[in-house]
Every structure is written in structure tokens, then in C-alpha cells.
Design a protein around this ligand. Structure first.
Ligand code: C5P
Length: 227
């Protein structure tokens, strides 16, 4: 095969990376990798095991002993168990930083992620895909949106899931997550110079998807053969 086409997508929480990346992968018929799902799965494992979350060494030991991969239907698995939506509860989201800010955990997960995409045409999304996991990706995308717009989107998704918190609370949570995702010394969120920067505040996800698919096809002839 010609050099694999890797599309790496970064951006803050709630900028729409997941929806956009999944659809780009589907349209181009290439592998999709949700790196955040692996951080979530590792966190669920820690909580279930009752690990002392303040003990960085115990956290790293627990995470590194885990087999984290994906089933054929795209669900993340922890030691073979499909986790489904259990990885997306607010309780798990609140504790992810224990894994994400732990450099030993990051090194382990990054190695797993690099193995998954090696030799494949792939679209992957997460906070360090363009900087650490695939710094040589032929197409890098940074999807951005203001905290206020991301909070509005989250509120729309909330419907039917019990009472939503006030929008000010959602904005504050998003800003706190941005702060943690930006300021960690390893794998911190950052826009690389060669990334295609897309501010999604005033454009639809369909438009964003079209832009990225067009750019990928322009840069990589063999992707047309997959379609
Ligand atoms: O993308 P998602 O919201 O599921 O990611 C959850 C959290 O996992 C992020 O807020 C971030 O702290 C962490 N993460 C990371 N590096 C990645 C993907 C996710 O640190 N590549």
C-alpha cells in the first residue's frame, strides 16, 4: 500500500471532534480511532478497582495492566469487556484527569494507539493526536469552538437525561477541562503550525465534514479507491 493516509484531529472537549471524525472515517472508508474512549475505559477500570486515585503509581500500575482495545462494532473494551455508554457518565468524566495527567498512563495509551493505526489509513481524534500520537500525519485538523457554543451544544444533547445543570455550570466545567487539557506538560492541547484550523462556532458539522473529506482526497489519491 502507498503511504497510509492518517487524519489526526485535535481540539477541545465538545468541539465536535467525535461526530466529525467518525463521519469522515465512514465517508472515506478508513479506520476510526476515538482515543478519548481509551482514557475513559482506563478511568472506569480504576474506579471499579477502588484504586486510590491520589496515588499516581497505583493509578499507573492499574492502567498498564489493562488490555484496552476496540470490538469490531467500534465499542471500547476493557480486558475484553465492551463498556458501551458506561464510560460517558459525569462521574467518569470528572476523574479522567487522573489518567490523562499521569505521564506513565499516557505513554502506555499512546503506544496502544500508535499500534492500532500503524499501517492503516485512519482518522483519529483526541487531545494529542497531532502532536504526540501521529505528529507526522499527512492531514492534521484542529477543531475549535467557543466554550459558550460548546455548552449550548451539550445542553441540546442533554434532553431526556434528567435535569440539566445551569448553562453557567456547564461553561465552568468546560473551561476547567480546557485548562487541564491545555496545561498538562505531556500531551497538552495545542494547535500545530501545519494544522487545518476550523472554528466551528458558525458552521454546521456537515460543512466541516465536507471540508475535511475534500482536503483528504486532494492530498491522497489512493483514498478514492476505498470509496
Ligand atoms: O474525547 P473525550 O471527551 O472522550 O476525552 C475525555 C478526556 O480524555 C479528555 O478531556 C482528556 O482529558 C482525555 N484525553 C486525552 N488525550 C486524548 C484523548 C482524551 O488526554 N488523546
Amino acid at each position: 500500500m502507498a503511504n497510509p493516509m492518517v487524519i489526526a484531529m485535535d481540539g477541545p472537549a465538545g468541539a465536535g471532534k467525535s461526530t466529525v471524525c467518525k463521519e469522515v472515517a465512514r465517508r472515506l472508508n478508513i479506520l476510526f480511532l476515538d482515543t478519548g474512549a481509551m482514557y475513559r475505559a482506563a478511568t472506569l477500570g480504576l474506579v471499579r478497582d477502588g484504586i486510590d486515585l491520589d496515588n499516581a503509581e497505583a493509578v499507573a500500575n492499574d492502567v498498564r495492566a489493562r488490555r484496552i482495545d476496540f470490538a469490531a462494532d467500534g465499542q471500547v473494551r476493557l480486558d475484553g469487556e465492551e463498556l458501551g455508554e458506561r464510560i460517558r457518565t459525569p462521574e467518569i468524566t470528572a476523574e479522567i484527569y487522573r489518567v490523562a495527567n499521569n505521564n506513565d498512563c499516557r505513554a502506555y495509551l499512546v503506544a496502544l494507539q500508535q499500534n492500532i493505526v500503524r499501517g492503516h489509513d485512519a482518522a483519529l481524534e483526541g487531545r494529542d493526536t497531532t502532536t504526540v500520537i501521529c505528529p507526522f500525519a499527512p492531514l492534521k485538523v484542529y477543531l475549535d469552538a467557543s466554550a459558550e457554543e460548546r455548552a449550548r451544544r451539550r445542553l441540546t444533547q442533554w434532553q431526556g437525561q434528567g435535569e440539566a445543570p445551569p448553562i453557567e455550570q456547564i461553561i465552568a466545567d468546560i473551561k476547567q477541562r480546557d485548562e487541564r487539557d491545555t496545561n498538562r506538560d505531556v500531551g497538552g492541547l495545542r494547535v500545530t503550525e501545519d494544522a487545518m484550523y476550523i472554528d466551528t462556532d458558525s458552521i454546521s458539522s456537515d460543512e466541516v465534514i465536507d471540508m475535511i473529506v475534500a482536503e483528504a482526497l486532494k492530498r491522497c489519491d489512493h483514498l478514492r479507491d476505498h470509496q
